[in-house]
Design a protein around this ligand. Structure first.
Ligand SMILES: [Zn+2]
Length: 170
């Protein structure tokens, strides 16, 4: 485990992030709707969702609050809530289907909650690293890969539970 990374997230940067970015989180003000200008996620009654039709019909209204949603902020700041690392020989021979599963999980999650999404998928030295905007999606991805292909799965949490590393290998 790269302890350094966890400590990095536990340290000032996290406080900074929360402090700096909280004001972006719409707070049920006089605005009827808040819309993320980057991904079109819409915020209403304390819930984020994706509705392109609503976006199109609302974006020009004066009552709409234009924001950048917390997920887009994390992507912009490269600030993942979870990192899933996949490795092993089995992965190498089944890479495409495993990646399909991962992407499907990401898409399903995005539909359920636009704040839970895959930030990036990268190949690093024969491993695949998936960054997610929150810790829940990283867990879900680990779990569904494990469910489909067994192998070995482990979670490593930061002390404040806001960040998780999920390692799977087979
Ligand atoms: Zn957004």
């Amino acid at each position: 485990m790269k302890k350094k990374d966890i400590q990095y997230l536990k340290g000032d940067k996290l406080k900074h992030f929360v402090k700096v970015n909280d004001p972006y989180m719409p707070r049920g003000s006089k605005h009827e709707l808040s819309i993320c200008k980057s991904c079109h996620a819409t915020y209403r009654e304390k819930k984020w969702f994706i509705d392109e039709e609503l976006y199109k019909s609302s974006i020009k209204k004066k009552t709409v609050n234009i924001v950048i949603c917390p997920a887009c902020l994390k992507i912009r700041d490269n600030f993942p809530g979870g990192i899933v690392t996949l490795g092993g020989d089995f992965l190498k021979s089944h890479e495409d289907e495993i990646l399909n599963l991962v992407r499907n999980e990401g898409e399903r999650s995005l539909r359920d909650n636009p704040l839970e999404r895959i930030m990036s998928i990268n190949k690093i030295k024969g491993r695949i690293e998936i960054q997610t905007t929150n810790e829940k999606l990283a867990q879900k991805i680990g779990k569904s890969v494990y469910k489909a292909y067994s192998g070995e799965l482990e979670y490593k949490w930061s002390e404040d539970d806001k960040f998780v590393r999920v390692n799977w290998s087979r």
